[in-house]
Write a new protein. Structure first.
Length: 193
């Protein structure tokens, strides 16, 4: 049955969708209409989703059964990959860097944030994921309104670009990739390795 359904799909086509800002509003839950659309699309083509957040957060947004609802789910910008509900690949920042280098990076980043003069700060400035570290100068547990305000402030004052440029230079030897994708944070990963 599943094989017959798969054969009916248009061969060689993979429709890949970003999560935040595409399937959902940033960090919000998917709407029933979008879920229904994706379900119908999957009857015709292979469908994958890719998001910067970890699988826990993507599941909060797209539903608990996300890894079986889509053919492919790439969380942490593809550093953790699921196909047909099964884990097929993962990248570990901890293994790549080792605890000493990781600690040096985290310590430096937290000191930088401590010295940063921005209008407000909340909590969870660093979120450690499997293949990446997510760094937020305001702190990830700010409210939606504070998140929106920070985004505007950042556009005017380049808080994140300036911070990324300092970290890039200081940790050039680690060959890290920095990506400013969302509203309040940036991702640090080992995509180049
Ligand atoms: O999916 C885009 C980004 O979404 C979040 O960013 P922010 O909280 O800054 O809006 C994070 O999950 C980030 O990792 C991700 O890349």
């Amino acid at each position: 049955m599943a094989a017959a359904a798969a054969a009916r799909k248009t061969a060689g086509v993979l429709a890949l969708f970003d999560v935040d800002g595409t399937l959902t509003a940033p960090r919000k839950e998917v709407t029933p209409e979008m879920l229904e659309f994706m379900k119908r699309l999957r009857e015709n083509v292979t469908v994958g989703v890719v998001g910067g957040s970890d699988l826990v957060k993507i599941s909060e947004q797209l539903g608990k059964s996300v890894i079986t609802d889509y053919d492919y789910v790439f969380s942490e910008n593809g550093l953790v990959a699921h196909k047909d509900g099964k884990l097929i690949g993962t990248q570990s920042l901890k293994t790549y860097l080792g605890d000493d280098q990781l600690k040096e990076f985290i310590n430096f980043t937290l000191h930088y944030i401590a010295d940063l003069d921005i209008p407000i700060k909340r909590g969870t400035f660093i979120e450690f994921r499997s293949g990446m570290i997510n760094v937020s100068p305001i702190g990830r547990n700010c409210s939606q309104e504070e998140r929106d305000d920070f985004e505007k402030y950042d556009k005017a004052h380049n808080v994140r670009p300036k911070m990324v440029s300092v970290l890039r230079e200081k940790f050039a030897h680690l060959n890290l990739t920095f990506s400013i994708g969302g509203q309040i944070s940036f991702d640090v990963s080992v995509l180049n390795s």
